[in-house]
Write a protein of this length. Structure first.
Length: 235
């Protein structure tokens, strides 16, 4: 079984703590059904001690998989890159439409994206492996967040003024725009995780596709339309 289930943010009863409970039920059901091996998609830098539900929840899910007694491979990606991704597409979308872009803090914290098809290849390897393992799944290039946003703007033909602002102001601006987009553009814990350098890995890169190469290949389409999380999952 390959498990990719999780929720990005709480909405009604669809909460991250509930997702932890649901994952435990799913893992137990798989074992009861005779599943012998599980490939579980987690997140880079999970921690049971984290104050962020996203990260302690992912750590709890890993624990459920490891303690299930089934053979397992656990993959820890950072931020996914692909034609249906949310974060990168919407950064490009905003840069195409506004004359400036707010950077939370000084933008010196890191981000190390991974191409979704590279992650899929690692998942396939995990299916056929006989070993139990936990690995980070990240791409070959790492940036500061400010470099990352600047690169996106340059490649999609929307070079913009990047303004460093207090994180709360950047979050307020994102929440204000969310009202018009009828979506959740950014959450407080996403800002905390990003600024806490949780979207980079200390392990060697296992994915091959460089973000800049992917961006070059998709520069004409990335950010041309807004990608709504709520529309995708709740409408």
């Amino acid at each position: 079984m390959v498990n990719t289930y999780w929720v990005r943010f709480d909405k009604g009863e669809n909460t991250q703590p509930r997702a932890v409970e649901n994952t435990r039920k799913l893992v137990n059901a798989a074992k009861a059904a005779g599943v012998k091996r599980i490939v579980h998609i987690s997140i880079a830098n999970p921690s049971a001690d984290s104050h962020l539900p996203y990260y302690w929840g992912k750590a709890a899910n890993e624990k459920a998989v490891i303690e299930s007694g089934m053979s397992y491979a656990i993959l820890r990606p950072t931020v996914l890159v692909g034609t249906e991704d949310i974060l990168i597409n919407n950064i490009a979308y905003l840069m195409r439409r506004f004359p400036l872009f707010f950077i939370p803090g000084d933008g010196s914290y890191g981000i190390q994206p991974v191409f979704v098809e590279d992650l899929a290849d690692l998942a396939v390897e995990g299916v056929y492996s006989k070993e139990n393992y936990v690995i980070d799944a990240v791409g070959p290039d790492s940036y500061t967040f400010k470099e990352f946003v600047k690169l996106i703007g340059e490649r999609v033909g929307a070079k913009r003024m990047l303004i460093s602002v207090p994180p709360r102001l950047a979050l307020f601006a994102a929440q204000f725009l969310s009202l018009f987009m009828k979506d959740v553009i950014l959450t407080p814990e996403e800002v905390d995780g990003l600024m806490g350098n949780l979207l980079v890995s200390k392990e060697p890169a296992r994915a091959k596709t460089a973000f800049k190469d992917w961006l070059n290949s998709n520069r004409e389409t990335v950010g041309t339309k807004y990608a709504s999380e709520l529309a995708r999952h709740f409408q």
